[in-house]
Design a protein around this ligand. Sequence first.
Ligand code: CDP
Length: 230
Amino acid sequence: MKKITIAIDGYSSCGKSTLAKDLAITLQYAHIDSGAMYRAVTLFMIDHDINVEDVDLVVENLSRVKVEFKFVGGANCTFLNDRNVESEIRKLRVSEKVSQIAVIAEVRHAMVALQRQMGQTKGIIMDGRDIGTVVFPNAELKLFLTADEKVRVERRFQELREKGHTITREEVKANLIQRDYIDTNRAESPLRQAEDAILFNNTHITRKEQLAMISALAKERIKSLAIADE
Ligand code: CDP
C-alpha cells in the first residue's frame, strides 16, 4: 500500500496530537509530535536557568540539546538528553515559556531539520503549527484543526487533571490564549492554515467520530494517489 505524509496543524489544545495518535494506530503510521520537541528545548533552558528571552544564550546552548522519541511500555515518549521527559514537558512551567522559545529562528531551523529527517520515510503523521506550511509543504494530506476556545480549555484542563497535574481552568485558559497569540503573530513561520489544508472544526465532534471521518479521508487520498501512480 502506498504511504503518504499527513500534516496536522492548528491552535493550542484542539486535539491535534489525539487525532494524530489515533490515526497512526489505524493506518499503522508513525506519529511525531513536533510540539514535544519545542517543549523539550524549553525544559532544557528552564532546567539550566537560561532566560528564554535571552536569544543569544538560548542559541548558544542549543547544541547541548538532544531530542528523541522512544517507545516506553507501548507509548511514544519524548527524551531530552537520554531522559524521559514526557510528563515533565506538559507542565505549566514549560507551557508558559514554550512559545517564546518557538519564536527563535535558530531554534525553528534546528527543529525543522530534525523533523524532516524523522519524516524522510513516508507513512508519517506529524502535528504542530507549521507542518503543512514549512516542514512538509508537499504533504499529500494537510489538515488544519480548530475548535471553540471554551471546548479547547475544557479538554486540556481535563487531560491535565487526569494526568495528575495541579492546574486551574483559568491557568489553562490564560496559557492557551497567550500561546495562540504568540504562535499566530511571530515573524518566523507563524501558525496559519496552508492553502491546500482542509479546515476541520471538531467542537461538536467526538474523538471516535473525528477518527472515522479523517481516517476515511486519508484512506481515500492514499487510494487515489496509488491509482494516479499506476
Ligand atoms: O499544547 P498543545 O498540544 O496545543 O501544543 P504543542 O503542540 O505541544 O506545542 C507547544 C508549543 O510549541 C506551541 O504553542 C508553539 O509555540 C510551539 N510549536 C511550534 O512553534 N511549532 C510546531 N510545529 C509545534 C509547536
